[in-house]
Design a protein around this ligand. Sequence first.
Ligand code: C2E
Ligand code: MG
Ligand code: MG
Ligand code: MG
Length: 281
Amino acid sequence: RVKNEGKAGYAIYQSEMYAQAQALWELENHLKLAIERQEFLLYYQPILSLKTLTVIGFEALIRWQHPQRGLISPVHFIPVAEETDLIVAIGEWVLQQSCQQLSAWREKYPQANHLTINVNLSNRQLEKDNFVYKLDNVLQQTGLPATQLKLEITETLLMTNLAAAIATLSQLKQRNINISIDDFGTGYSSLNYLCRLPVSSLKIDRSFVANVHEDSKNLQIIQTILSLGEQLMIEVIAEGIETQKHLEQLQELGCQYGQGYLFSKPVNCEAAEQLICAGLC
Ligand code: C2E
Ligand code: MG
Ligand code: MG
Ligand code: MG
């Protein structure tokens, strides 16, 4: 459109750019306030053993309870937060809150003892010199055993600074914290880092699961990831299991763990607690 409309089109283009920059700037400012006003909350999505169909843990997923706009999905604000250091403060809160919540459930319910909590990490968080120090503090404060914490990182994150990532992740490994590669297969996949990093699980991106029956290439990719996991003794979790058919297919392939709308959408902490109470774990 811009191309063909000459001067007028360019003016529109320019004002759209301006509007976009303005919106971004406003969002950043609102995010800063949201931290102060404690407008974030966590939802929890159960992760199940596909063998026993019992809950083995939860993934913590952030939401923004906006006073005017209601509940906002992380896809609308995490990428913006990641462009600035705002993600560091938000990420610290997520880590603290997740560990605290699981610790509280463990105190209340004996059946919660084996549960793990998955927390998504951003590049910038991991790059901070004091990341491990802060993490130690959170574990100490909340009393959550390090073995119950799983940190999810993406491939993109690893590739930007592999040497630094190795150093930090090794420290996490020493603490028996589980490192999980999120959205596996969609980033700048390199088998190199699987050799060099202390990775303990891979999460098959949900796009492969969604299309497993549409296009056989997806099935083959899932099979490849599963055999990779088996060879390297890394556990594999399938994301985005939406149908009984998906589940049966993954069970047949021998996939150990999974999460998805078939079992449960991410739910608030009361609903997650109900799942624990109901003895689904
Ligand atoms: P993710 O870590 O890959 O999380 C899985 C996303 O898939 C979640 O979206 C979840 O609701 C969605 N999902 C789960 N099962 C299904 C399914 O069966 N079908 C479909 N269509 N979707 C499913 P959500 O909660 O909107 O989060 C989106 C992304 O935002 C996350 O992707 C993660 O990258 C990021 N995110 C969420 N919370 C945090 C956080 O605390 N910190 C950081 N850095 N990123 C976060
Ligand atoms: Mg994740
Ligand atoms: Mg994912
Ligand atoms: Mg994702």
